[in-house]
Design a protein around this ligand. Structure first.
Ligand SMILES: Cc1cc2nc3c(=O)[nH]c(=O)nc-3n(C[C@H](O)[C@H](O)[C@H](O)COP(=O)(O)O)c2cc1C
Length: 174
């Protein structure tokens, strides 16, 4: 998870994935934790939340390497404008980007759900980064249109949890 206003919807997604029997580990950037607390996600998943690349996690010294090979699929939702820029340039400056950097995407899909206000989404830099990431083999989940936290209607809403769960299923079935 990264620091977007749609982070509250990710709690619902995680809860529904856990209820259907999936094992979920959550990693959060510092900004993500300003929107929803890590305690929410450790309670929902029954697992520690990865909040720093520097602290040991569940007794693991390199959790990013462990979870990169453990997971069948990674989803970043919400995925900020800032995270798109990081990933498009291969930077690994926080626990979420570092985890992506350690994943072999030829075997493990990484899905991105870009979520931001319509102007941020339409910026040439954002559109360029999305194009680069698609070419690099990331799965981009198209943002939907509608009410935004900036109190206007526009493109850039994070899709609903059921749609994100369906995107995970589709990518795993492929
Ligand atoms: C109230 C508020 C809401 C924000 N919502 C979003 C958002 O929905 N999408 C986005 O890309 N950035 C949003 N931002 C900006 C990011 O939080 C900021 O760029 C942050 O540095 C992202 O860090 P991260 O990518 O490491 O999580 C918001 C900032 C604030 C203060």
């Amino acid at each position: 998870m990264t620091g977007g206003i749609a982070a509250y919807k990710t709690a619902d997604l995680v809860s529904s994935l856990v209820q259907r029997g999936d094992e979920v580990v959550v990693a959060m950037t510092d900004a993500a934790q300003r929107f929803v607390g890590a305690t929410t996600f450790s309670s929902l998943t029954g697992r520690e939340v990865l909040t720093s690349q520097w602290s040991s996690h569940e007794g693991l010294t390199s959790p990013h390497v462990h979870f990169a090979t453990w997971c069948q699929c990674m989803l970043i939702a919400p995925c900020t404008m800032d995270m798109l820029a990081q990933l498009a340039t291969g930077r690994t400056n926080d626990p979420v980007a570092l985890l992506v950097g350690a994943i072999d995407r030829s075997t493990t899909p990484v899905l991105l759900s870009p979520s931001m206000n319509a102007t941020m989404l339409s910026q040439p830099a954002t559109q360029r980064n999305i194009d680069v990431l698609r070419k690099d083999g990331f799965t981009i989940i198209e943002p939907s249109e509608g009410w935004q936290a900036c109190r206007t209607d526009g493109d850039g809403r994070m899709p609903e949890p059921t749609q994100l769960a369906a995107a995970i299923d589709e990518s795993l079935s492929r």
